[in-house]
Design a protein around this ligand. Structure first.
Ligand code: CP3
Length: 343
């Protein structure tokens, strides 16, 4: 019964659909007036994430408006450090903050209570699976260990992830330990989301683009490989998308080395290279979110190029990163109509 006509799942298993299924990273968010309204009724951003009534509502908002082929659980990658008691806060206009972790803090990390702390997230997932249209794929997600670690080390978002890169060079053993710990706890988290009803999951490595060759292998590939192996050992049929933003040429072997079903591509990936990658397996991407803000011909021409070059192979149409708060909801409607109008 499950999954028979869920288009995103079909593409993840290698099928080509024309037109391709579509969803957008950060599709539930501040560009939508109904999101801003619900957001105002929650105290803090984390409260929104941990209140199933509200998290279900904001997840469904973009589905009602646009009928996307996938819904993505409304939560955040930083619920893992929150569950690890790193005192995570989202301060208005300043982005996330938490207590920076050091070598001693890494040695003391414990998985105890983490999955219990995240129980409201699993409740949200199971309610969503019951409330979503049968044909809509439900995506769970988590952050990749490297990206989550950049926030845990710095205690905040940074432009270049310099604190984490420096920490990794100065304390390589402790850093490896942190990434392995995050890989294992994140695997447990994904398994629990799948058991609650997620059809597939995405791993976000948003800051993979600052890593050199050796570091990409050690900090981006290995922990994600470890996480995926752990999920597959327990849930062999799990469908997994891995998105390493800014990874450039390292994407060549990323799918094979991590064991993901599909890889996400940002807008800096040339379409010719994307077409090469698509010969190995399904891809997702890669419209520049700024083109959605610009709208009109700037958006339409880029949609057409993606469909022309990648539309005859396994593709999940998406942006190359999250939609931004300044995007006009009308432009999103035009985007969906244009992708779906092409056969
Ligand atoms: C790096 C990262 C984070 N969170 C996430 C990532 C990886 C993807 C990416 O690179 O965009 C992932 C994420 N965050 C959010 C989702 C929800 C699902 C969806 O995609 O619709 C997802 C998948 C909601 C959110 N997460 C956040 C918001 C905005 C906060 C608000 O509404 O008050 C939303 C809708 C907050 C957040 N969360 C994070 C930051 C840096 C910020 C602050 C920046 C900002 O304000 O946009 C960390």
């Amino acid at each position: 019964m499950t999954g028979t006509h869920r288009k995103v799942l079909e593409v993840l298993s290698g099928k080509t659909l024309v037109p391709p299924p579509i969803w957008l990273m950060r599709q539930a968010g501040r560009y939508l007036p109904e999101y801003r309204e619900t957001r105002a009724s929650a105290g803090s951003f984390l409260e929104l994430c941990y209140t199933p009534d509200l998290a279900v509502e904001v997840t469904l908002q973009p589905i009602r408006r646009y009928g996307f082929d996938a819904a993505i659980l409304f939560s955040d990658i930083l619920v893992i450090p929150d569950a690890l008691q790193r005192n995570v806060r989202f301060e208005e206009g300043h982005g996330p903050r938490m207590d920076p972790i050091d070598e001693d803090g890494i040695a003391e990390l414990s998985a105890e209570g983490v999955i219990g702390h995240l129980a409201p997230v699993f409740e949200t997932v199971s309610r969503l699976r019951r409330q979503l249209p049968e044909e809509t794929t439900l995506l769970g997600f988590c952050g990749a260990p490297w990206t989550v670690a950049t926030y845990m080390i710095a205690g905040r978002g940074t432009p270049d992830q310099a604190p984490a890169r420096l920490f990794a060079y100065r304390h390589p053993k402790a850093f490896d330990q942190l990434l392995a710990f995050l890989a294992d706890i994140s695997a447990d988290y994904l398994v629990a989301q799948i058991d609650a009803g997620a059809d597939a999951v995405q791993i976000f490595d948003s800051w993979a683009g600052v890593l050199g060759e050796e570091e990409f292998a050690r900090y981006a590939v290995e922990p994600v490989r470890r996480m995926i192996a752990s999920v597959r050992a327990r849930r062999p049929s799990a469908r997994i998308i891995a998105f390493a933003k800014g990874a450039g040429l390292f994407l060549k072997d990323y799918r094979r080395l991590t064991g993901a079903d599909a890889i996400g591509l940002d807008w800096s990936v040339p379409l010719s290279f994307a077409a090469e990658l698509q010969k190995d397996g399904p891809i997702q991407g890669n419209l520049d979110p700024m083109r959605v803000v610009a709208g009109g011909a700037a958006m339409e021409s880029a949609i057409d190029r993606i469909l022309d070059v990648l539309g005859q192979g396994p593709l999940i149409f998406n942006l190359g990163h999250g939609i931004t708060p300044d995007a006009d909801p009308e432009n999103v409607a035009a985007l969906v109509a244009r992708v779906r109008g092409r056969r």
